[in-house]
Design a protein around this ligand. Structure first.
Ligand code: GLA
Length: 388
């Protein structure tokens, strides 16, 4: 992979010295969905697939971007004087947003860059290709210009740029999982205060299988912001009767006691998901630590049911993938992962059952939905790094 991206970089930008090669992973969330903007827990991990970047500092203030995933777009040129979101700038709004966020924090970017990216995260899959580009960009700036920022800062800067430059009100999970990734570990993160611990993922005879629905998200981002504001309204209603900072502060019992303060039945279900999902995530991590993978799988399944029925972010494509997975042999647990409305599912599948799982779920999906799903057996990897 490194050879291929370097070759293309030289073809596009010329072969002078001074370039470096970088990588930032994608992520998958194992459990704890739509909890990260509710002050709850999440349990994601970084993957060994992600975004490769080759970059070289220029003598002027120009910025040139090229993506091997969008060869037809060619070189997209702009400059450090024009760090503004522009519709026609497409994917380059992600790196530009990060540069803008660095400058906003007082880190002046002294010179422009030539950047080439290649991502082997399936596009629009919900495995955080955009957060991967954001963290990668921050890492490149830090490496070339010596900015003193921690990996946690890279996550916060990435999220800030996504919220304020790209207009998606996401939580911290994706950027944090990517920036703080650790091989063979998932990250148990409390989004209320960003405290976290690593939990080894020793799946003993099973693997993580991702099924990509190939449903394009379209309206997803606006629905995402809608869910977020439903939770904010429910929180404000609850705060009239109980002293909490986020829905993640409530136990299931306390929620049942105070939920009548929420004046709309739809919002009750949204808040219920946020509260119960947070508690499920805590229980799932305990189960994993106790080596109780069966319980971990059951909690994954319960998470999907709640996202389907109470939070309503699944849709027929993700439901089909998960419900077919539940029927297959050797499946320990299966659920949608990420924002929902399309994207991927994650399943824990016993090694010997993986081939049959892919065939059975894949065939049933094609028959019902009319187009193919793609399957990936993934590994848990490290955060961003310099490769060369
Ligand atoms: C997207 C967001 C995350 C998180 C998930 C849902 O991936 O970027 O912050 O809210 O959806 O859990």
């Amino acid at each position: 992979m490194v050879e291929a991206v370097v070759k293309r970089f030289k073809e596009v930008y010329g072969d002078e010295a001074g370039f470096k090669v970088f990588f930032a992973p994608g992520r998958v969330n194992l459990i704890g969905e739509h909890t990260d903007y509710n002050g709850g827990h999440v349990f994601p991990c970084a993957l060994t697939i992600g975004t490769y970047g080759v970059a070289r500092v220029r003598d002027d203030r120009k910025l040139r971007f090229y993506s091997m995933n969008f060869d037809h777009l060619g070189v997209i040129e702009t400059s450090l004087e024009d760090l503004k979101p522009r519709k026609e700038a497409g994917w380059t709004n992600y790196p530009k947003g990060v540069m803008w966020a660095f400058e906003g924090r007082g880190y002046q970017i002294p010179r422009g860059l030539d950047i080439l990216l290649y991502g082997n995260i399936p596009n629009g899959s919900g495995l955080s290709s955009s957060a991967s580009i954001e963290v990668l960009t921050g890492y490149i700036l830090k490496e070339f210009f010596g900015f003193e920022v921690s990996n946690q800062d890279l996550a916060l800067i990435g999220q800030y740029s996504e919220n304020n430059f790209n207009g998606v009100n996401c939580g911290i999970m994706d950027q944090f999982a990517i920036a703080m990734g650790k091989k063979d570990n998932a990250i148990f993160l409390d989004t209320a205060d960003l405290s976290y611990t690593y939990a080894p993922i020793s799946l003993k005879g099973a693997k993580l299988v991702i099924a990509c629905s190939n449903k394009k998200r379209g309206l997803g981002d606006s629905k995402y912001n809608e869910r977020r504001s439903e939770c904010e309204t429910a929180l404000a209603e609850l705060q009239t009767v109980v002293d909490i900072k986020g829905l993640g502060d409530l136990s299931e019992e306390k929620f049942e006691e105070v939920k009548s303060a929420i004046k709309d039945p739809v919002r009750v279900r949204r808040a219920k998901h946020a509260v119960y999902e947070n508690q499920r995530t805590i229980k799932a991590v305990e189960a994993l630590k106790a080596d109780n993978i069966t319980l971990f799988g059951q909690l994954m399944n319960a998470s999907h049911v709640s996202l389907r029925d109470d939070y309503e972010v699944t849709g027929i494509e993700l439901d089909t993938l998960v419900e077919e997975a539940w029927k297959a042999e050797g499946v320990i647990g299966s659920r949608m992962t990420g924002a929902g409305f399309g994207g991927c599912t994650v399943s824990l599948v016993k090694d010997e059952a993986i081939d049959a799982f892919v065939k059975q779920v894949g065939d049933a999906y094609l028959a019902k939905i009319g187009y193919k799903a793609d399957f990936y057996v993934v590994e848990v990897g490290d955060g961003p790094c310099t490769l060369q």
